[in-house]
Ligand binder design. Structure first.
Ligand SMILES: [Ca+2]
Ligand SMILES: [Ca+2]
Length: 246
């Protein structure tokens, strides 16, 4: 996903909730979901999600599980997702040490939906979990190299950025950035979310500039002044720079 998609994801166009999902993604709670409708190994599905800065979905509650299952049934209407769809749980690194999903009967009370008797590491290398197309999408452990559909999950950051997107006369999105007069610190950023988080965790940060330098490089500048309070001479429009107030 490019900076603009992330920006749109963060910005949203509704007054109450400042978030929208990218095209083709489905919103539920504080996340967006995308069904990969091609058959892939667990690893390949994971990398397809990662290309959109997302992860393989992890159902953390009955409600989320139900949402994902219904989404799968909708996407594969009327036949359903056949042999099921990969989710993010796995014990690839250490047999029996399941990541992202608790085991049945563990003492954390965290949500799990394993099928009866699963995971059982059948055939000694079943290290990736999938949501079945049967019995309310109960989970099973399978060979990671099996070909399955998959669901990606993209978390939405939980705050309301106070800014507006302006559309220029040529249809380009114009985003003002602060000049360097108000920079608190500058860092390399993975994207909008990490830059926003850095600003959130800095006590004096009121806004940030994210500048896409191409080839996956982004510079994040934390500012001590909000764009909406900035004087005219402190605001510039630079190509590929996105300025956001917290
Ligand atoms: Ca989840
Ligand atoms: Ca296993």
């Amino acid at each position: 996903m490019d900076v603009l998609s992330v920006l749109l994801l963060m910005a949203g166009f509704e007054a109450s909730v400042a978030t929208v999902c990218p095209m083709g993604w489905h919103r539920y709670g504080k996340a967006c979901y995308f069904v990969i409708k091609e058959l892939n190994t667990w690893y390949k599905a994971k990398s397809i999600c990662a290309a959109s800065h997302a992860s393989l979905a992890v159902p953390n509650s009955l409600e989320e599980q139900t949402f994902i299952l219904e989404l799968l049934q909708l996407e594969f209407n009327p036949d359903g997702p056949g042999n099921g769809a990969w989710i993010g749980c796995n014990d690839i690194d250490k047999e029996g040490d399941w990541q992202n999903c608790p085991l049945r009967g563990n003492d954390t009370n965290a949500y799990q939906n394993w099928s009866e008797g699963k995971p059982d590491n059948r055939h000694f290398a079943a290290d990736c979990a999938m949501m079945g197309d049967w019995r309310k999408g109960e989970w099973g452990d399978q060979f990671c190299t099996n070909l399955r559909y998959a669901t990606c999950e993209l978390a939405i950051i939980d705050y309301d950025p106070l800014f507006c997107l302006q559309i220029g006369s040529d249809g380009r999105i114009i985003s003002p950035c602060l000049t360097d007069n108000h920079v608190l610190m500058e860092l390399q950023a993975q994207g909008l979310v990490s830059c926003g988080k850095a600003c959130l965790s800095h006590p004096k940060c009121s806004s940030f500039n994210l500048k896409d330098q191409g080839q996956g490089k982004m510079v994040c500048k934390l500012n001590d002044l909000a764009l909406q309070n900035a004087a005219k001479e402190d605001v510039v429009e630079i190509e590929n720079c996105y300025g956001l107030d917290l």
